[in-house]
Design a binder for this molecule. Structure first.
Ligand code: ADP
Length: 487
């Protein structure tokens, strides 16, 4: 908008008409005071200022405009009838004008000047606005950077406070921060702690996880640079996502060496104890069987005591055998002897064995495939899995005597499942039942056991490259299954 300042209404009128005819927006003021008040309130791109005005002349008005930041940049064209002398023109420029036009006005020339100055000012304003926006953005970015920096500092402080070795990696997998504990295992921030030559290659494992964007969790030994000892650590590395992109990684090494040592000692004790118990027990069993036979021949009434003791000896024997199996698994010595066998016969045999040792109320139904099915597997070990499933199905169904065994074959595998209608297992505990020594807490006091049967089963099935699992509903029952690959 253009502001015309003149005390003469006729001049204002004709000038206003002239400018409006060229589509300029025009505002007017009839004195210096009014002009200043308006200019402080509104935004003008150009002021056309009459020099001869009664109270405050045009030069004074211009000097006033120069005193306010809002108005000092507005270009001013002076209009004057009398002051054509050089000194007045000079004063006009000195007081902030950009041009000096004398009356009578040549409308065409004035219009050309107005257009030029008006557009120049518009461009100036646009540049100023862009500059302001840029400054705002730079300020915003600087503030964001400062707040991000302080967040990172806070995060690093937290990592320093951890009892573990903690570090971060950038998106390319390069170490970007380490806490002070790192230096017990490495001399430099850039050098990853030295791992034991027999352990897995951390770099390779990390690359696999990096490609998939997944967590890494490994038990590895790293070398303490002061003592030179390798200590077991649990290494965890987690990706930090920003939207769908990995921004960086956070890692920790937790020292688990003491736990590992205790676990090893416990395994060694179990292995020695079960071996040492097995030999005398085998002798006791053999002598008792002899005694049982003798008493039967002589029709001695006391034979029932010996028979009952033999049942208990058999139980003890199977507990010790399970413990021996656990130590074999720990030492990688649980051997599987795969030969072509009829799985149907093995399933039926396991059911038969269970039926013989339980009372007549027990009902085991056979569903699905009943024809012979030959495939390579270790018959003794698979029967052990089935006997374990069946024993558990009966043990954990005190109110029910029904068990269903189903065999089902598809193109790739054969699946055998054992369903009971017993106490069931809470969903979040179902995966854990295959872990070593795990027993569901709620039922552990009511039912006897050591929590190793299913662990051994899962190892046996793993070695057959099959799968093992459970689906269960609390108070409704469970289905334990395993699959064996057909090829
Ligand atoms: P154990 O029976 O000697 O405790 P297992 O390894 O065979 O050990 O089973 C582990 C745990 O899984 C059991 O303690 C029990 O809590 C749960 N479990 C196993 N089978 C069943 C089942 N059929 N129904 C309910 N819970 C079961």
């Amino acid at each position: 908008m253009i502001l015309i300042v003149d005390d003469n209404q006729n001049n204002i009128y004709s000038l206003k008409k002239l400018l409006e005819s060229k589509d300029f927006l025009v505002d007017t003021a009839s004195s210096g005071e009014e002009a200043l008040a308006k200019a402080l309130k509104n935004d003008y791109s150009l002021i056309i200022l009459d020099v001869q005005m009664p109270d405050m002349d045009g030069f004074e008005v211009a000097e006033n405009f120069a005193g306010y930041s809002k108005t000092k940049e507005i270009p001013i064209i002076f209009l004057s009838a009398v002051n054509t002398e050089k000194k007045f023109i000079t004063q006009g420029y000195a007081s902030g004008g950009i041009d000096y036009v004398t009356k009578p006005i040549d409308p065409e020339i004035l219009l050309l000047k107005v257009k030029a100055y008006y557009h120049l000012q518009e461009q100036n304003l646009a540049i100023k606005k862009t500059k302001q926006n840029l400054e705002q953005e730079v300020k915003g970015r600087r503030e964001a950077h400062v707040s991000m920096r302080s967040e990172i500092d806070h995060f690093h402080l937290m990592l320093e406070a951890l009892p573990q070795i903690a570090f971060t990696l950038d998106e390319n997998g390069e170490v970007s921060f380490v806490n002070v504990k790192w230096y017990q295992y490495s001399n430099s921030e850039k050098v990853f702690p030295e791992t034991h030559p027999d352990d897995v290659d951390v770099k390779k494992e990390f690359e696999k996880c990096r490609k998939k964007g997944k967590n890494l969790e490994l038990e590895i030994r790293i070398k303490n640079i002061v003592t030179g000892d390798y200590r077991y650590h649990l290494l965890r590395m987690l990706p930090v996502y920003s939207g769908t992109i990995i921004k960086n990684w956070v890692g920790t090494f937790t020292d688990i060496d003491d736990q590992k040592r205790i676990e090893k000692e416990k395994d060694e004790f179990l292995s020695i104890a079960s071996h040492e118990l097995k030999t005398p027990l085998t002798s006791i069993k053999a002598y008792m069987q002899l005694l049982e036979r003798k008493l039967k021949i002589s029709e001695n009434q006391d034979v029932s005591y010996v028979s009952k003791s033999l049942v208990q000896v058999e139980k003890l024997n199977s507990l010790i055998t399970d413990l021996l199996d656990v130590s074999k698994i720990e030492n990688g010595k649980l051997k599987i002897n795969k030969k072509p066998n009829d799985l149907t016969a093995v399933v039926d045999n396991a059911i038969e064995t269970i039926m013989q040792t339980h009372d007549h109320k027990l009902k085991i139904e056979r569903h699905g495939l009943k024809e012979p099915l030959f495939l390579p597997f270790d018959a003794i070990r698979i029967e052990q899995v089935l006997v374990n499933f069946l024993t558990n199905a009966i043990k954990y169904s005190p109110e029910n005597n029904q068990v269903i065994v189903t065999m089902f074959e598809d193109e790739e595998a054969v699946k055998v499942s054992v369903t009971d209608f017993g106490i069931g297992i809470l969903e979040y505990k179902q995966e854990s039942v295959f872990h070593k020594f795990y027993r569901v807490e709620e039922s552990s006091l009511k039912f006897q056991g050591m929590g190793i049967g299913l662990y051994i089963c899962s190892e046996i099935i793993k070695q057959h490259e099959g799968t093992i699992g459970v689906s269960s509903k609390i108070n409704e029952g469970s289905t334990f299954y395993f699959t064996l690959p057909l090829n």
